[in-house]
Design a protein. Structure first.
Length: 141
């Protein structure tokens, strides 16, 4: 029974985390399209901070804690599919850190990425999620 509760919690917080990872780059596009120094830019900075603070950071932490607990329960550390899944989760975590860093840069007025690049970056979580789901459901090795 504990396993099922851990699994349910893990899936719920993965959904929250993924939703935030899809939203934040989109916010960046709108932020950068707003006129420099406008009140609209200040609103986007506030939205980005709230999304990170209220949804993304807690979801990341809880996803990791529940995921590690699940892995320990089923002995996943000795299974090949889990190593691939873990690599993709580590990549998503690095992506999360990149987005958080970019939010801080935008708040300082630094625009390092174009709208096109941000739109392309927005595909990263979907691709990673597809590989993760295949590893967890199919367990190809």
């Amino acid at each position: 029974m504990t396993y099922l509760w851990l699994k349910a919690g893990h899936v719920i917080f993965v959904i929250f985390w993924m939703a935030g990872l899809f939203m934040l780059p989109r916010y960046f596009v709108y932020h950068q399209e707003a006129p420099a120094g406008s009140p609209e830019r200040a609103v986007w900075i506030d939205r980005e901070r709230k999304l990170l603070r209220i949804i993304l950071w807690p979801s990341l932490i809880i996803t990791w804690l529940l995921g590690l607990a699940l892995a320990m329960q089923i002995g996943a550390f000795q299974q090949g599919w889990f190593h691939v899944k873990l690599a993709f989760v580590l990549a998503l975590t690095a992506y999360h850190l990149l987005l958080a860093s970019y939010a801080a840069a935008l708040a300082r007025g630094e625009e390092r990425l174009t709208g096109k690049r941000l739109r392309l970056l927005n595909e990263v979580p979907g691709i990673a999620a597809a590989f993760i789901v295949v590893m967890v459901i199919v367990k190809p090795f």
